[in-house]
Ligand binder design. Structure first.
Ligand code: APR
Ligand code: PHB
Length: 390
């Protein structure tokens, strides 16, 4: 079999790239290790920058998002027993974000792919990229006990942090940068109305908490826990008690509780691999970088990589121009590092660190206090949160 671009991974990055390529008449095949159901069962963040939402529109899969997504003009930071609003719209000249779950984004993209008739192979085992430093790369995989091979022009590694694409690159050709944080997020979903109409990020002596939502009837809440915490130890009751302790009193009292329908702990990590191109292999999304969830940049960064990569493929195939492909890695990394900086900053500002000490805590408090005294400082937060320019 032969195609123009083999995409490894059917997460948001691979699906969005595939949809844009297909719409532009560029042939592509997606190879995914897991089943469709498994991919759809993963729960992640749910805040879309306008640039991400526009790409989903451009891909032709934005209708449900525009209908069901909740536009948010701001959010709150809570500390010192009070909530302080960050007026995203006012601070950024009219920009806002859209609250719409990543699971729904993936769903819409999968439906779009199915409607387009483009090929996706799910449960493709032992996917391996070959010869990407030569003119004729290929990808092999196993399916139903048989080995298959697809010859192609390019390989897009959209297979997430644990994928095979980055691992296929020789160690001496890649440099990685990493920070792990000494805590995780325990998150639940419950069919109760969200405590406020906007998100609340709370810094509290007992640890960070976040009140988010999936809809006006479904809440998504998180509390910071130790990195080695066991989710089994957290009954729903314990979770609700803990999150209420970390919120200002009035907010805690207004919170509706109920049975959780999902509960899990996620570690926090910052990670970047450089470069993002190796001959005819291009990395995009979590395959190349991870951000901690504070600030909700993961999916949005995957989308901006795809923006640059798709534009470069389109220029190559439709205009016979390869400079976009040559510029891809540097262009994507410049935006990636700014989102890394922002996610690290927001994580550092909002969490309790075990080794923070009294000095660290005073500095953190001064940082928060300063934000709400300085329009310049708050604008820094707002312009990063709504998404830096592409
Ligand atoms: N072969 C084929 N597919 C693979 C392989 C492999 N060896 N390894 C991983 N995959 C698949 C995974 O099963 C997953 O479906 O690649 C996909 C990668 O998807 P994500 O992890 O969602 O990564 P990405 O598309 O870059 O998404 C970026 O979405 O999922 C979030 O946390 C992520 O917010 C980030 C954003
Ligand atoms: C979420 O709704 O899951 C969410 C929202 C904002 C974040 C992280 C996660 O910063």
């Amino acid at each position: 079999m032969r195609t123009q671009v083999v995409i490894i991974g059917s997460g948001p990055a691979g699906l969005l790239l595939g949809q844009l390529l297909t719409n532009a008449g560029i042939d592509n095949v997606i190879l995914e290790r897991s089943s469709k159901t498994h991919v759809l069962s993963r729960i992640r963040a749910g805040v879309l920058e306008e640039g991400t939402a526009q790409m989903l529109d451009e891909a032709g899969v934005g209708a449900r998002m525009r209908q069901e997504g909740l536009p948010h003009d701001g959010f709150d930071l809570a500390f010192d027993h009070r909530r302080h609003r960050v007026d995203l719209r006012g601070l950024t000249g009219g920009k806002r974000v859209l609250v719409y779950g990543q699971t729904e984004v993936t769903h819409d993209l999968m439906d779009g792919r199915e409607a387009s008739g483009a090929i996706s192979v799910y449960e493709a085992r032992d996917v391996q990229p070959h010869d990407f430093n030569a003119a004729n790369p290929s990808v092999t995989y196993e399916k139903d006990g048989q080995t298959h091979r697809i010859d192609c022009d390019f390989i897009a590694g959209c297979d997430g942090f644990h994928g095979v694409s980055r691992q296929a690159v020789p160690n001496n050709a890649i440099e990685t940068f990493e920070r792990t944080y000494p805590f995780g997020w325990l998150g639940i979903i419950a069919d109760v109305p969200p405590v406020g109409s906007e998100l609340i990020y709370a810094n509290h002596p007992r640890g960070f908490a976040l009140c988010s939502m999936r809809s006006t009837t479904r809440s998504r809440y998180y509390v910071q826990v130790a990195a080695d915490e066991n989710v089994e130890k957290w009954s729903d009751e314990r979770f609700w008690d803990e999150i209420r302790l970390r919120l200002p009193r009035q907010t805690a009292e207004a919170m509706t509780t109920g049975p959780s329908i999902e509960k899990s702990i996620a570690p926090l990590r910052s990670f970047v691999a450089e470069p993002m191109r190796f001959g005819r292999l291009f990395l995009a999304g979590d395959a190349a970088h991870i951000v901690p969830p504070t600030g909700a940049k993961g999916l949005n960064l995957a989308a901006s990589d795809v923006r640059y990569l798709f534009d470069a493929f389109r220029e190559y195939y439709l205009e016979n121009e390869s400079s976009g492909l040559d510029a891809y890695s540097a262009k994507a990394l410049a935006r990636v590092w700014k989102a890394e900086r922002f996610s690290w900053w927001m994580t550092s500002t909002m969490h309790r660190f075990p080794d923070q000490g009294a000095f660290g805590q005073k500095i953190q408090h001064a940082e928060l206090d300063y934000l709400f005294q300085s329009r310049a400082a708050l604008t820094m937060l707002a312009e990063n949160y709504v998404g830096l320019p592409l």
